[in-house]
Design a protein around this ligand. Structure first.
Ligand SMILES: NC(=O)c1ccc[n+]([C@@H]2O[C@H](COP(=O)([O-])OP(=O)(O)OC[C@H]3O[C@@H](n4cnc5c(N)ncnc54)[C@H](OP(=O)(O)O)[C@@H]3O)[C@@H](O)[C@H]2O)c1
Length: 284
């Protein structure tokens, strides 16, 4: 991959990663529809240079982590697995916040068991809006888990800039992972703050996907599709290349359940956008 690297969790990693959420069944519930293909996707990702894999015990639940371990355990020394704690699923697939000390600890134990790890390289505190637990308390539990050696490095997800500033007064933060894409710029200020602080920014929904339904939102989008047509590449490559151009701390983690889409997405690392293309996309 030719989009450069950054240092994350003590490893030098290419700036294009992979997210496991789309490996599960429909609505992020149940096992992969095509398990052998899910295993192939993960192995091909690593073969093509991916060294950051974002996951969560509650994708499936359990299923994404199980297939990740099946495909890649024992893990390469330079692979950075990034998990998240703070969410959980009801049997009907609905999501709820699991941010109490007990729930965060249980989530961490799920990750360690399912992924067959002694310590998670990076764990995000995944904030859930409306949670009754104070942010500082949940962060305190994450710091305790790190002190106990179960988490190597801490990140934050779905957080405001104020929460990032507060966390930085308590502990080093190596990643921020919020929704961000060429079609969703709500987090511009935090991207700049991460760049200034040298914190890796892992945008989720980098292809402007729907939270629960399959499909990359950027494929139907006007300017993105126009640039893609002109350059004779896919709209997803344009969306990912725009992210990679946006900041040196940007590390997108696009999700897919197919090797063909994975290969398409990773090709974005070598797509150079002209100043004119970037200006058009900036204005999208
Ligand atoms: N921190 C958080 O709270 C949080 C929240 C959501 C997600 N995440 C992480 O972020 C990762 C990325 O988000 P995401 O996977 O939901 O969204 P995304 O990367 O924006 O898009 C994924 C969707 O686009 C489709 N797609 C992928 N590549 C494609 C291609 N080349 N051509 C056409 N369609 C393509 C996928 O379908 P196919 O399977 O058919 O390719 C899937 O439905 C997740 O996997 C997860 O690890 C984190």
């Amino acid at each position: 991959m030719t989009a450069g690297t950054l240092t994350l969790a003590g490893r030098e990693v290419p700036r294009l990663g992979y997210g496991t959420m789309r490996l599960t069944g429909p609505h992020i519930m149940g096992p992969p529809a095509d398990r052998p293909e899910a295993v192939r996707v993960l192995r091909r990702a690593v073969e093509l240079g991916v060294r950051v894999i974002d996951t969560a015990w509650y994708y499936g639940p359990y299923e994404a982590n199980l297939v990740l371990a099946e495909a890649l355990h024992p893990y390469a020394d330079d692979l950075v697995i990034v998990t998240k704690l703070g969410g959980a699923r009801r049997p009907d697939g609905s999501w709820y916040s699991a941010l109490s000390a007990q729930e965060l600890r249980e989530g961490c134990e799920h990750d360690l068991r399912l992924l067959q790890l002694d310590a998670v390289p990076v764990a995000h505190l995944r904030w859930m809006p409306g949670a009754e637990i104070p942010f500082e308390d949940a962060l305190g539990t994450m710091i305790s888990l790190q002190d106990e050696g179960k988490i190597e490095h801490l990140g934050l997800s779905n957080v405001s800039q104020e929460q990032v500033e507060l966390a930085l007064t308590q502990t080093p933060i190596v990643t921020v992972s919020n929704a961000y894409s060429v079609l969703n710029r709500a987090d511009e200020g935090l991207v700049e703050r991460c760049e200034q602080a040298g914190i890796a920014y892992l945008p989720f929904f980098p292809l402007a996907a729907s939270p629960v339904q399959s499909g990359a939102g950027v494929t139907g989008a006007g300017v993105v599709a126009d640039v893609a047509t002109r350059l004779q590449v896919s709209a997803t490559q344009v969306a990912l290349a725009w992210l990679l151009h946006r900041s040196p701390v940007m590390l997108p983690i696009p999700g897919t359940s197919s090797v063909a889409h994975l290969e398409d997405n990773l090709a974005a690392a070598s797509l150079r956008l002209s100043p004119e293309d970037l200006a058009a996309l900036d204005a999208a």
